[in-house]
Write a protein that binds this ligand. Structure first.
Ligand SMILES: [Zn+2]
Ligand SMILES: [Zn+2]
Length: 358
């Protein structure tokens, strides 16, 4: 039986990128709720870089029309018979789109899903996470509980923080290590927050006044204005001539990759390629140098289930304040086109969409 007696909606309003630069709100049937499903009244969804770059025509990773959106938070309004962890009134966030049946999904690694359609099949002609919807039915396995005392737009940072956690876990961040975060955009800030949560000393390099100010607001990071000094020299100065134990590059630019590699300590430095760049950046890497310096080059995208769980714990316990990644503006779902325009402007942090303002 449903968790309450209210009449559940049969259709939903859903934000769709129909072609580059054009976002519309469409209507589609929600479908039937099964015994393992949770009916979610969607509250907020933040616009990810992957969303607005698709809107902007800079990438096309899902085709059109794309029912974008995966950085959302919602409230449970009904639950299926087999659902015990979630109850009506809970806040929930997404724990990965996945087929749930392939080996990587069973291993808790939905980013590696090998289903022919990937984690997002085409339904009603649309592919995507459908985060920009006013209602949603989700399998209980694809959810994680969020703290209701934290505003929904900040709970919506679950996915970007979990990606940063995945990176820090692969980087094997240790307490007291010197970790350089290159770039203080949204994902740079999430990397800095994750590295700090792992107990590392965080050094941030950045070029933009707005982002430098945001990084300094953290209060615990060493912040380097790369326009005013040689950031490589500065990193060595800050680390008593040793260099960084690890760097995470959160800007998809050739100069950032090349500069970041030089910041590493002479031996056994770890280099995390957190961001891709569009158009594709170059990387000037000498294999012999990687060999002799025993460097590690690590790539990452997305998050595994354990990363989402840890990100939820950190946000819910207020050990991470995701507000450092928020631009401070909210648009109604009905104004999704305007929201995309805002999110695409230079130097933006995450822009929020209010999913009940349809
Ligand atoms: Zn995202
Ligand atoms: Zn799968």
């Amino acid at each position: 039986m449903w968790g309450n007696n209210m009449e559940l909606p049969k259709t939903r309003r859903m934000g769709v990128i129909v072609e580059p630069k054009v976002a519309e709100v469409h209507e589609e049937p929600i479908g039937e709720m099964g015994p393992d499903d949770v009916f979610v009244k969607m509250l907020t969804c933040n616009i990810c870089t992957t969303d607005y770059q698709q809107w902007d025509g800079k990438r096309n990773h899902m085709g059109f029309p794309m029912a974008a959106g995966h950085e959302w938070c919602g409230e449970v309004i009904a639950v299926g018979d087999n659902v015990s962890v979630y109850k009506v009134g809970d806040y929930v966030g997404p724990c990965g789109g996945r087929c749930g049946h392939c080996i990587p999904c069973r291993m808790g690694q939905p980013t590696g899903c090998t289903a022919p359609h990937g984690p997002h099949p085409i339904i009603n002609g649309y592919r995507g996470g459908r985060g920009f919807s006013n209602f949603s039915i989700r399998n209980q396995d694809e959810l994680v509980k969020m703290n209701k005392l934290i505003p929904a737009h900040l709970c919506s940072f679950l996915e970007p923080l979990s990606a940063a956690i995945n990176g820090m876990r692969k980087l094997r961040a240790q307490p007291g290590e010197n970790i350089v975060v290159v770039g203080a955009g949204t994902m740079g800030m999430m990397n800095a927050l994750a590295a700090h949560a792992y107990g590392a000393r965080v050094i941030i390099t950045e070029l933009s006044d707005k982002k430098l100010a945001r990084a300094r607001d953290l209060g615990w990071a060493d912040v380097i204005d790369s326009r005013e000094c040689d950031p490589v020299e500065k990193v060595f100065e800050l680390t008593d001539g040793v260099g960084a134990d690890a760097v995470t590059v959160c800007v998809g630019l050739t100069a950032a990759y090349n500069q970041a590699y030089k910041m590493l300590k002479q031996s056994d430095g770890r280099f995390l390629l957190f961001s891709a760049g569009h158009p594709k950046p170059e990387m000037d890497m000498d294999p012999n140098e990687v060999h002799y310096r025993r460097s590690e080059i690590i790539g990452t995208i997305g998050a595994d289930v354990q990363d989402v769980a840890l990100a939820a714990k950190l946000i819910n316990a207020k050990l991470v304040d995701a507000a450092f990644g928020w631009e401070g503006v909210t648009y109604g779902l009905k104004d999704l086109q305007e929201a995309y325009k805002h999110a695409t402007k230079p130097d933006m942090y995450r822009v929020t969409v209010d999913l009940q303002d349809i």
